[in-house]
Design a protein around this ligand. Structure first.
Ligand code: SDX
Length: 426
């Protein structure tokens, strides 16, 4: 806490509010005692200016386009690390020693199986159910098969076990959703494979032939998972923290995060971007028409994959993903017209005053779907892939909130409804 204070004056009185300075020089006014001192609350619909917590997990600078997990830049982590190591870093706060990393991977690889009775729940879903709804339901069902998770305060070893089970089982559950859609037999995990290899094999392996692991796809997917791993207090991470603050099980906090991520304004945007690009392609590829729609205040159409609550400059993840999109499609020998349309949209939008004035740049979702599509994932699975990447970040955010013993989240409001009135007597 810094010694500085902020002054607030109202109705002839003035109030002194403590100022908190973060390790990256961010400044916040601590209003936790404002109502007690003044009777005033603050109002900030959508929390555009309101911090919900301090956090050591992730730092981002929206103006400079900086993103770091526990102090390490995403550029460095993409270059030198792996998704499994980044998961350990986010959850535990430090990079693992080789012994710690071996144990972490070993712990996870022994929980990849899912209780066979969860398959019975899974079998009840129609094949065309959206994967995100199935995934969040199956994650919630883990509370029934692992009731020891219901008390997150019970025992740190139990919390670690729940964390390992979540990281281990999500790929298995995610692959089942995909296989059911195709009408293919479900695959089981193979513990001798790495985390990403195991997922790819469960997704694309068939009992009729040997599945050949493609190192190009594994490397590209591993980097995409790293880039999605955390993003400070985004909508779904904030949801995980809010649900976790009631001391519900970690499984249901994560299921809530999956549901929040599903929305097209959040993680669901990666699916919406491809649907938009396919629409533009089907209508002759006229990007100008869609730019005009995006700018038209009377048209609800938005340029999906563009804009961001905090990035008012290029989303650093979008830069890396765009570079990889070219490389992956090249290596796979795929010519995707949607990539050219996306580049055309980006070029036009960045030169357009509407987007410049509102500082709307491509975000993480703008190019990611093009790589997922090239890797063989169907569009409806894209947000599931986002959830797979974001899982360690959600867990890290939840764990930090529980370790800080933060109170239940319960915002205030300003009532604007009807004054007191008697029930009409007949
Ligand atoms: C993610 O928070 C995170 O960190 C999220 C995320 C993560 O890693 O967790 O980064 C992942 O969710 C990325 C964002 C994915 N969503 C999309 O791509 C959907 C399209 N983008 C928008 O809907 C929008 O930009 C948001 C939701 C991302 C941000 O919305 P804000 O901050 O609430 O901004 P706003 O809606 O108030 O927009 C400000 C202005 C408005 O115009 P005016 O009313 O001022 O005239 O910009 C316009 C908006 O109409 N605008 C857009 C636009 N995004 C904003 N206009 C056209 N196309 C767009 N994409």
């Amino acid at each position: 806490m810094s010694e500085e204070t902020a002054q607030l004056s109202y109705a002839g009185k003035s109030y002194e509010l403590p100022v908190i300075k973060g390790s990256e020089e961010e400044i916040g006014v601590d209003i936790s005692k404002l109502r007690g001192q003044s009777g005033l609350i603050t109002l900030d619909v959508g929390f555009k200016n309101t911090g919900s917590t301090t956090s050591d997990v992730t730092f981002l600078d929206g103006e400079k386009g900086i993103l770091r997990y526990r102090g390490y830049s995403i550029e460095d982590l993409c270059e030198h690390s792996s998704f499994s190591e980044v998961a350990y870093l986010l959850i535990n706060g430090e990079l693992p020693t080789s012994e710690e990393f071996d144990k972490f991977q070993d712990d996870i690889s022994h929980h990849t199986l899912v209780h066979e009775n969860i398959r019975k729940i899974f079998d009840g879903f129609p094949a065309d159910a959206h994967p995100m709804g199935v995934l969040s339901s199956l994650v919630t069902s883990l509370t029934a098969f692992h009731p020891e998770s219901l008390d997150p305060n019970r025992d740190p070893k139990m919390v670690d076990l729940t964390i390992h089970r979540l990281i281990a089982k999500l790929p298995t559950l995610a692959s089942w959703v995909f296989k059911k859609k195709l009408g293919h037999p479900l695959n089981y995990p193979e513990n001798k494979l790495g985390y990403v290899e195991n997922f790819m094999k469960m997704m694309f392996g068939l009992p009729t032939e040997e599945y050949k692991i493609d190192p190009v796809l594994v490397e590209a997917f591993d980097k995409l998972l790293i880039l999605h791993a955390d993003h400070e207090q985004n909508c779904s991470a904030a949801t995980v923290r809010v649900v976790g603050s009631s001391q519900a099980s970690l499984y249901v906090a994560i299921a809530a995060g999956i549901n929040a991520l599903w929305g097209p304004l959040h993680g669901g945007a990666n699916q919406a971007v491809i649907e938009m690009l396919e629409d533009i392609h089907a209508n002759g590829g006229d990007v100008d028409q869609y730019i005009a729609k995006a700018k038209d205040p009377n048209d609800p159409f938005r340029l999906m994959g563009f804009g961001h609550r905090v990035y008012k400059n290029f989303d650093p993840r979008a830069k890396i993903i765009k570079k990889h999109a070219d490389a992956v499609l090249d290596k796979l020998g795929i010519e995707d017209p949607l990539l050219e349309i996306a580049k055309g949209l980006e070029e036009k939008a960045l030169q357009d005053e509407y987007f410049q004035k509102r500082k709307l740049y491509p975000n993480v979702d703008f190019y990611s779907g093009i790589i997922y599509k090239a890797m063989g994932f169907p569009t409806e699975m894209f947000t599931v892939l986002f959830a797979l990447g974001r899982l360690p970040g959600w867990i890290a955010q939840w764990k930090e909130s529980r370790n800080l013993n933060q109170p239940i989240s319960r915002p205030r409001q300003i009532y604007t409804g009807s004054p007191a009135r008697p029930y009409p007597t007949k």
